[in-house]
Design a protein around this ligand. Structure first.
Ligand SMILES: Cc1ncc(COP(=O)(O)O)c(C=O)c1O
Length: 353
């Protein structure tokens, strides 16, 4: 539901928009707002916000790591992790399509003097162990020192199979590298693979998990890992201007989301599957049917005028992103069965026009 300026900004006079642009667009649920309002707070830079401490302890335990740090965003969390793992002149190996390489402005290089070497990925978005072995640089002053392998799960809405993720991590470890897992949508990955997030993260030294995507908080990401690494990451968080004060208000939303929203995340996957199936039958669309899908429906519009399709959807109160003729439709907790039915009907109408 949208109110006031948000509704006006989206150019629609109904309060029942279906917003498929991302799972980041969710509004806090009433229970979450109540938990935020009731949160006991302190000053997190002084380390005395009890709700932040509770969230950090809870997530460290969930992900099977010694410690955790609450940060503002996934980008800040990945950056602090890379800065904590690597020094200047050192290098991170990362999948070419992964967010760390493709969508974080190479912050580790710009701010940390850390090189990023992008590795091609398999069709299931895993990294081949052999690619890791070939990319690790020998001890040669012409080359950076390879320190870290950065994995991601899910990748573009698909869960990377656990055995493939672990094979890449194992190859890295055998060569003395540490492993970081960008699990921005790790709860989606774990649900799709039918495992818990501790198992998902067991091959990684550090793991970053967003609370503001499928879990539905207004903001926040946790970085979990060994105590020493988290201590270094805390220093970088402050250096990057990310030390926040009475942030227990946001941490309370995170705790609420872990208890109440994480257990229902597979519902989004089921609704995405219904949408995928509904769209697959339509002339004018080509829908990605690869295995291990979660909450995203990846659509190529083969009909002649993709912008007209998007505009027609918008007229029906369906908000989408469009890049060329590609649409990523993201299902989240603010979209119910009726919303999915409306999207399917709106596509049928748009393609018939
Ligand atoms: C896989 C992945 N990692 C990291 C991020 C960065 O998260 P944020 O937007 O909170 O910086 C995103 C954002 O969509 C993402 O998809």
């Amino acid at each position: 539901m949208y109110v006031g300026t948000a509704k006006a900004a989206l150019g629609h006079n109904s309060d029942s928009l279906v917003d498929l642009r991302s799972d980041t667009v969710t509004r806090p649920s009433p229970g979450m707002l109540a938990a935020m309002a009731a949160a006991e707070v302190g000053d997190d830079v002084f380390g005395d916000d009890p709700t932040v401490i509770a969230l950090e302890e809870k997530t460290a335990d969930l992900f099977g790591k010694e410690a955790a740090l609450f940060l503002s965003t996934g980008t800040q969390s990945n950056l602090c992790a890379m800065l904590a793992h690597c020094g200047r002149g050192e290098e991170v190996l990362v999948g070419r399509p992964y967010h760390v390489f493709s969508a974080e402005a190479h912050g580790a290089s710009v701010l940390g003097g850390i090189a990023l070497d992008p590795l091609d990925v398999n069709p299931d978005n895993s990294i081949d162990p052999q690619s890791v072995r070939s990319a690790v640089k020998p001890d040669d002053p012409h080359l950076p020192i390879t320190k870290l392998l950065c994995l991601e799960n899910t990748v573009t809405g698909k869960a990377v199979p656990l055995d493939k993720q672990e094979a890449a991590a194992q190859a890295a470890r055998e060569l003395g590298l540490a492993v970081h897992l960008d699990a921005a949508r790790g709860f989606n990955a774990a649900a799709a693979l039918d495992i818990d997030v501790r198992t998902l993260a067991r091959c990684a030294d550090s793991v970053s998990a967003c609370l503001s995507k499928g879990l539905g908080t207004p903001a926040g990401t946790v970085l979990c890992g060994p105590k020493d690494l988290v201590r270094r990451a805390r220093r970088y968080r402050k250096m990057l201007g990310g030390g926040m004060r009475q942030v227990g208000i946001l941490a309370a939303a995170g705790i609420y989301a872990l208890d109440n929203h994480a257990p229902r995340i597979a519902e989004d996957h089921a609704r995405a599957a219904t949408l995928r199936q509904g769209l697959a039958e339509m002339d004018g669309l080509s829908v990605d049917q690869a295995p291990n899908q979660t909450n995203m429906v990846l659509v190529t519009i083969t009909a002649p005028n993709p912008e007209a399709v998007q505009a027609s959807l918008r007229g029906a109160g369906i908000v989408t992103g469009l890049s060329g003729n590609f649409m990523r439709l993201v299902v989240h907790r603010d979209i119910d069965d009726a919303g999915i039915a409306r999207v399917i009907d709106a596509f049928a109408g748009a393609l018939a026009a």
